[in-house]
Design a protein around this ligand. Structure first.
Ligand code: UT7
Length: 329
């Protein structure tokens, strides 16, 4: 009997309507379109407006459209893994909140926190439940309302982030397609360079932490850039090498969208030509857990059954990783 792989059988995404352009950011902080475009590749990002809306509200339309597309009901889901750095609340898990909103009565679920690498960590863990035979339908969501932790007085970070969400369904595949290999890494010594200072158990919220704007993402951009640019490229090359894949064997490179220059470095290191590199950073900026599933969603029509895809990410933690998968439909 051939090995069971966990294959993506449906993908969908959602971005909110409000477009925050570089021009609008020029009115908020001391920046300009030319600097943002040349340093990051970003032109605009989406923002979820409205009182009382959180990351689960980005996921609901993505997941409902995905279920419709696949022709299944929410009650058929076994497991929901919600990869996010901006959960609706510290607890309970956003996966639980989402399950209630979409009416998934038979699923259990949990949130997964690995910053920008979260969706890859989620795919890797979700696939284990399929490969083991424990579950038949695992929903993996990557989404963030980054605007909820972005300091719009800090020009070095507010120009990068945006809100968005994507979701995939994992199901068993016995044709040799699906998730073939993954290399995932983490290094907690990266904490000083990218983190949220307050709001956790180390430094719970106080009036002082709010006044000091410590509930926003803090990033030392250059330090993070240096790690990201080598680690993401190295790990993508490593997963290719381990699977005897040459650049010409790769149909699509799907990099985390943090900075166009980091994406270009990964493409150069893997030898994948520009026409096969998926980039939508100019429209959405860095949606953290959302970038890779949003790319898969937008390029879904171009994928062919059996296509070799290399996914790669780097994020706070530090966390990084790469996944090799064969598209299943
Ligand atoms: O998502 C996963 C993890 N995150 C990443 O992978 C992000 C990695 N880092 C980056 O993408 C880049 O470091 C940034 C885009 C965040 C910043 O770009 P940079 O080229 O590293 O800029 P920098 O921080 O070295 O700043 C260069 C200059 C500084 O001015 P001086 O000191 O040279 O006079 C900054 O003050 O650019 C200035 N600057 C800006 N100028 C205009 C910083 N932000 C801005 C801005 N507009 N928004």
């Amino acid at each position: 009997m051939s090995k069971i792989h966990a294959a993506i059988t449906a993908v969908h995404g959602y971005v909110p309507d409000y477009i925050l352009t570089n021009q609008e950011l020029e009115t908020m902080v001391d920046t300009n379109d030319e600097w943002i475009t040349t340093r990051t590749g970003i032109k605009e990002r989406r923002i979820l407006k409205g009182e009382g809306l959180g990351t689960s509200d980005l996921a609901v339309p993505a997941v409902e459209a995905l279920l419709k597309k696949r022709g299944i009901s929410a009650n058929e889901l076994d497991l929901i893994i919600f990869c996010t750095t901006t959960p609706d609340r510290v607890f309970p898990a956003t996966a639980n909140i989402l399950a209630d909103k979409i009416g998934a009565k038979n699923a259990w679920g949990y949130d997964l926190q690995a910053a920008c690498s979260g969706f890859l960590f989620g795919l890797a863990t979700g696939s284990q439940f399929i490969e083991s035979g424990k579950h038949k339908k695992v929903l993996v969501i990557g989404g963030d309302k980054m605007s909820s932790i972005t300091n719009y007085e800090d020009r070095a970070t507010c120009i990068i982030f945006g809100d968005g969400c994507g979701a995939v369904l994992l199901e068993p595949n016995d044709e040799g397609n699906g998730i073939i290999d993954s290399i995932l890494r983490s290094d907690g010594s990266g904490v000083p360079y990218l983190h949220q200072k307050a709001g956790g158990s180390v430094k719970p919220a106080t009036h002082e932490t709010v006044d000091a704007r410590e509930h926003f993402a803090y990033q030392e951009g250059q330090a993070v850039f240096k790690f990201a640019v080598t680690k993401m490229a190295d790990v993508a090359a490593e997963v290719m090498e381990r699977n005897q894949l040459q650049s010409e064997d790769i149909a699509w490179l799907v990099p985390h969208q943090a900075n166009k220059r980091i994406i270009d470095a990964t493409a150069n290191r893997t030898g994948v030509t520009a026409d096969k590199v998926i980039i939508n950073i100019e429209k959405y900026g860095n949606t953290t857990n959302g970038t890779i599933p949003l790319c898969l969603w937008e390029w879904e029509d171009k994928f062919k059954k059996g296509d070799n895809l290399i996914l790669a990410a780097f994020g706070g933690g530090f966390t990084w990783g790469s996944i090799y998968l064969k598209w299943a439909y």
